[in-house]
Structure formats: C-alpha cells, structure tokens
Design a binder for this molecule. Structure first.
Ligand code: WT7
Length: 672
C-alpha cells in the first residue's frame, strides 16, 4: 500500500476509483508449486522453456502460429489470410469456410471414432439409489443433432436467424445448440436460473422469433418452472411465434396452443440427414449476454472460425487433453454461461475427450455428489469455481475424503480470483498435492482462457493466474497505455488481437467501442485491475471499480478478502467501501463463518487484528457484518453493488433480479 500524503486524500464521496495506476498490492504469497511429474512427463507443454519458445513464436509471428493450429481442424475451404485487423475489428481465417458442429462431431466420425463416448450425462435424480447416466457417442450425437437441425428448418429457421435456448442441463440442450451451429443459426442461450424478464429482454434484443425450452428442470429435487417462465416472458413481447418444449420433468406445463410444439413429436418425424452448412469464418456463431457495470446486459458476439480455433486450442493445452490416455473431463459450470459454451461443448468435443454434463446441485442427495461423480466416472480433468471450492471447504473434508479421487490429474478454477486459503485446500484435499491447479483468467468477451498456467510446465503460486496463453499480449498499464513497474497495480489490457476476441455487442456499436476500446487507446481493456510480479506472473486484483480508496490509500478489495479468509474462523468474505466521515471511504467486510465459530464482538476484533497483521492497519474493517451467506448471482458472483448499498445504509438501487436468495439481503440490512 502506498503511503499517500494526506493532502491527496480522496474526497469523501469517492467509494470507487478508476485510478488503477497507483494501486499496489501487499498481500505476499510466495509458496511455489512446480508441476507434478505425473502430469509434466506426458504433457503437450512439458517445460517452461517449451512454453516460452512457443509463446515467443506466437507473439512474433501470429499468422504462422494460428495458421498452423487452425489447420488441425476441418475446413471446407481454407482461409486466404489468417488475420485482417483494423482496430477494433478483427477478421480471422478470412475467406475460410468451416462449421463448429462439424468439428465437434463429424470430424471424429470421419476418423473412425464414431462409437466413442462424446457426452456423459448424469441426471440429478437417482434410480433405485443408482446414478442415472446416459452416454452419447459421436454417432448418437450426429443423429440427434441432425434430426433437431431438420426440426429447426421445418419451423422456418434459416441461416442467420437467432434461436433462443432456455433449458436445464440435459443432453437436449447440447443437441439444440449444436443443431443451431450445424445450420448456421446463431443461438442465444439464457441460463435456466434467469427470470421471465431476462428472457423477454434477450428475445427482444436478439430479435429472436423462436424459443427452445423444457417443461422444467430438476434442482435439489424440485422443479424449476422453465416453461412457465417462458409463458410469462412471452406475455411481455409478441416477437416469438414458436416455442419448442422438451418434456424433462413431465410435471405439468403441457404444450398449450398453436405456438407451442412438443420436442419428441417433432423429432419422431425428422430425418437424421442434415449436412453441415459451410459457414464463413466470420459468420456469427452465437450471442451470449453478460452484465455490464451499468445498464442492460450486453449481447457479446462470437464468430465461427476464430471461436472454434481458440476454444479448441485452449482446451487442449490448459487441460492437457489426451484422447488416448483415458481422459474424462468435467466442467461443473452451466452451459448457459460462456464457461459451459466453451469448456463443456465447443472446445472439448473437438479434442475427442468425453465431457461430463451434470444436471443438478452439488449437495443433492448429499454434499459429496461431485466427489462421488469423480470417482464413478474416473474424471481426470476437473474445472470449477472458487465460490464452489469455498463452499466445499465449509462443508468439510469428510465428504471428499470418503471418495477415491486418484483419477484426477489437472484441476481448474475460473470466475474470480481464488484466495490462497481456498487454493491450498483445493490442492491438498482434492488434488492430493499431485494435481496442478489451473487458475484461468478470462471473460465472456474473450471466448477462452487468456492468462493461465500450462499444467505440465508452469510453476504456480496460490492466487496468481500466472502467464498469458499463446498469442495473448497481456500487460498491466496506466491510462496512457504505458506499462507500470513490477508489482505496481494497473489496468489489465490485451495489446494484440486474438482469434477468440468478441466481434462486438449485438446491435450496439457505440457501447462496444466505449466499453472495451476507449479506456486505453489502442488496447482492449478487460475492466480488471492487475499487477505483474518479478516472475512475470499476473495477479488479478478485482474489477477496476472494486478498488476502494481508504484515507488516501488504495486497497484492492480482493486482497482484503484474501486476508480475511486466511483467518481460521472465516469461510467467505466480501469487502466493499462505504462513505466514511473521517476516512472518506471505510471498509465494510461481509463475513461468513466456518462451522463451530460463534459471531461475537470479540471475534470481530480478532479478525481485524489478523487483517492488520496481513495487510497493515489501514485495511482493518470499519464494519464486520456476519452473514449466513453472501448475496450472489445465480452464476455465483458476489453482488458487490448490492453490498455497497447495504453498507452505506442506502435503499437498494441495484437490480436484484439475478439474486439467488432475496432473504439474505434483509438479514444483512438489519446488521449494517
Ligand atoms: C470476469 C469475467 C470466464 C468465465 C466466467 C466469468 C473475473 C474470471 C478469473 C480468474 C480472477 C477472474 C474477472 C473477469 N474472473 N476468471 N481466474 N481470476 N478473476 O465470465 O462473467 O464474463 O466474468 O470474471 O473479473 O473480468 P464473466
């Protein structure tokens, strides 16, 4: 932390700061973990020298690097130029013709692998105490996807038409999205936990006239009423003329009128012959909505060729996928998020490794469901989120300890910075200190991993996402675009185009420019603060707007949270600033405790003494608010904007429609 002179102290109204130039980090983490031999020996990237050589080549000669990588996939027609770049518009594999679905399915069949398992689906509910598992081979997938592609055509869907998908985590979701890809109809997938308003907004914004849904989906043994939500949404817009519903739960929600069609009925008559559309490399592959810091969600656009190559290659290297070594891969995300798009379906299937899809909750029927599934399917590569890891920690080691997790080789995280305590737990209890952790930094906008360890090559440090992926020119800069010094906080930017970069925000050119290309001239700004250490490792410090300035000192909220969570009593913590008479901005810490710890003023003092020890007295929390749970979006992100309102004792102004449990808010308000 910098000792900023009092004269430059920030005005009392400033609870956020974009002045990332002076952000500094003090939470020192020096534990280093070399790649375990069992992974390094057979890895695609098996030494740091190999990584560095390939990285240098990818940056110096991107056309050669990406051209060679793209040639490993199937193209109906080869590109004439690898890249055309006119800031902020990139065209990759220009003139090339290809298809995401062909590369996910047909290419494997062409090579004689049609009988191999592509998707392992496990339902939430059990049958007579046994897991309800369905395996789909590439042949099965081709048949089902082709049939559904013909169903879409029979409903008038043509190349370029946006198809809205709102389903649970069932194979039909994968089939529907791949069918869209097959005929070149961009999908717009809406996470099944979103409400009717979200559906209405996305259908309107994407100008979509067709919705694919389920009657309901299973979550903790209860039915999520997907079709009811669609019905409600469609009372608020008249854009949609066709709804196709798959009967998953068979609990009501029948097909009601001429608008609604039954999946099984349509599929029964459909032909299983549907060749892949030969798409232009820059044709729109899909839209996926992500929330901005303000206002309505942004429809992030990805195109066929670049997205395909980038997700294929990041999957291969980050998870070190080997089809001939019994790899079984499992990402616990929902397909409704970019993590599921890229790392359950589009990046994994072309790598010829079975991908596990799980329908339900991690604590159903018991809190060991994930570990039981790893044991059952002999999962080798496992990918989840820090928020899940912290929940597992809280639930205790007995659950994982009951299971044989020895099949695991690489374990990953994504979504937010992972605090060192959770990292160490993941490494010890899940990875048995023998699995590299890949902490992958990326975004909906980037399509795939941007900064990540290579599991067989990179020495990792808890809390750092380490070094950039091939072709990614990441840097930490000030607002003029100049690199800041080692260990100085700054703005994380990408200085060169990459194949997976977003091509725009659907229908909003200006917002595309303002959000990503105007903050630091010439570079893509991710919206995250970061620092780079003396080893070239990146440390994400949280969103730029999560920086708080306390009595003239810049604090990364992530760092205070890590310090809090490193106290033995704390399970999870979220830190926000609030207006403070003396300091300008005070620190409010929302804290959940581990079992067997009681809330008390004495504990507050102890926790604060610990934070002071870790980071310095300036980082001590002015308020510690104990909570049974933190308010999170359904994707597991802590809703910091909401916490800022609560800490300030203000009316809630932020949108709470994506909040998982509204009652948490009232409990917190009562204490703050
Ligand atoms: C934001 C993107 C990427 C898929 C899931 C989230 C944060 C993501 C990490 C990480 C630190 C991370 C960033 C980023 N983030 N991964 N490994 N370490 N922060 O996608 O909803 O588009 O969110 O998530 O703040 O900008 P998203």
């Amino acid at each position: 932390m910098s000792q900023t002179p009092p004269s430059t102290a920030t005005p009392a109204s400033s609870t956020t700061s974009n002045d990332a130039n002076t952000m500094e980090s003090t939470l020192q983490e020096s534990r280093m973990f070399a790649p375990p031999a069992k992974v390094a020996e057979h890895a695609h990237i098996s030494s740091i020298e190999q990584y560095e050589k390939m990285y240098a080549e990818s940056i110096e000669n991107p056309d050669k690097f990406w051209g060679e990588q793209a040639a490993n996939l199937h193209w109906f027609k080869k590109w004439t130029r690898v890249l055309e770049w006119e800031l902020p518009d990139a065209k990759w594999f220009v003139g090339g013709k290809t298809n995401l679905c062909y590369n996910a399915i047909d290419r494997q069949i062409d090579d004689g692998l049609g009988d191999q398992v592509a998707i392992i689906f496990e339902a939430e509910g059990m049958i007579d105490g046994k897991a309800d598992v369905t395996k789909l081979t590439y042949n099965d997938l081709k048949r089902e996807v082709s049939k559904f592609a013909n169903v879409l055509k029979s409903q008038g869907v043509k190349k370029g038409d946006v198809v809205t998908i709102y389903m649970g985590m069932v194979p039909q979701l994968a089939i529907a999205m791949l069918a869209c890809a097959r005929i070149g109809a961009p999908h717009s997938i809406i996470f099944g936990g979103f409400s009717a308003n979200a559906i209405r907004d996305r259908v309107e914004d994407g100008k979509s006239r067709i919705v694919i849904t389920c009657d309901g989906s299973w979550r903790r043994g209860k039915v999520v009423p997907l079709k009811d939500n669609v019905d409600q949404a469609l009372t608020m817009t008249d854009r949609v003329d066709t709804v196709i519903m798959y009967q998953r739960t068979k609990q009501g929600a029948p097909v009601t009128n001429g608008r609604d069609k039954d999946w099984d009925t349509l599929m029964a008559d459909a032909s299983d012959d549907c060749p892949c559309e030969e798409l232009d490399s820059e044709d729109l592959a899909f839209i996926l909505y992500t929330s901005g810091s303000t206002g309505k969600p942004k429809g992030i656009m990805h195109t066929v060729g670049g997205y395909m190559v980038y997700t294929y290659l990041t999957s291969k290297y980050t998870f070190d996928l080997h089809p001939d070594a019994n790899d079984v891969y499992w990402c616990t995300a929902d397909i409704g998020w970019i993590t599921g798009h890229s790392y359950i379906i589009y990046g994994i299937l072309p790598n010829r490794v079975p991908t596990v899809m799980y329908e339900g909750a991690p604590d159903t029927p018991e809190k060991d469901r994930f570990w039981e599934m790893i044991e059952r399917h002999k999962v080798t590569k496992f990918y989840t989120a820090p928020t899940a890891i912290r929940a597992f920690m809280k639930w205790g080691d007995d659950y994982p300890d009951k299971h044989d997790l020895s099949s695991l080789k690489v374990i990953g995280t994504v979504g937010e910075p992972i605090n060192p305590e959770a990292w160490i737990w993941y490494n010890q209890v899940i990875g048995a200190e023998n699995c590299p952790i890949v902490d992958t930094w990326w975004q909906t906008e980037t399509a795939g991993h941007m900064i990540t360890p290579m599991p067989g090559a990179t020495t990792t440090t808890p809390g750092s996402c380490t070094r950039p992926f091939f072709g990614i020119d990441a840097a930490v800069v000030n607002s003029e675009g100049e690199e800041v010094e080692t260990n100085q906080g700054g703005i994380l930017v990408i200085r060169k185009p990459w194949p997976g970069m977003l091509r725009g925000i659907y229908g909003d050119r200006e917002r595309f420019h303002d959000t990503y290309w105007s903050k630091v001239p010439g570079f893509y700004t991710a919206g995250d603060g970061a620092r780079k250490d003396e080893n070239g490792n990146f440390w994400i410090m949280g969103r730029i707007d999560d920086v708080i300035v306390v009595a003239g000192h810049n604090l990364g909220t992530m760092e205070v949270e890590s310090a809090l969570v490193s106290h033995f009593s704390v399970a999870e913590a979220a830190v926000v600033g609030f207006p403070h008479d003396v300091k300008g901005t005070g620190v409010a810490a929302f804290v959940t405790l581990k079992p067997a710890h009681e809330e008390s003023d004495e504990l507050r003092k102890k926790i604060n003494a610990h934070v002071a020890k870790e980071l310095g007295p300036i980082a001590k929390a002015d308020k510690i608010i104990f909570a049974e749970a933190l308010p999170k979006t359904r994707s597991g992100k802590i809703m910091r904007r909401l916490l800022r309102d609560i800490a300030a004792g203000k009316e809630i102004t932020s949108d709470t429609s994506t909040l998982e449990d509204r009652s948490i808010v009232e409990k917190l308000q009562a204490q703050a």
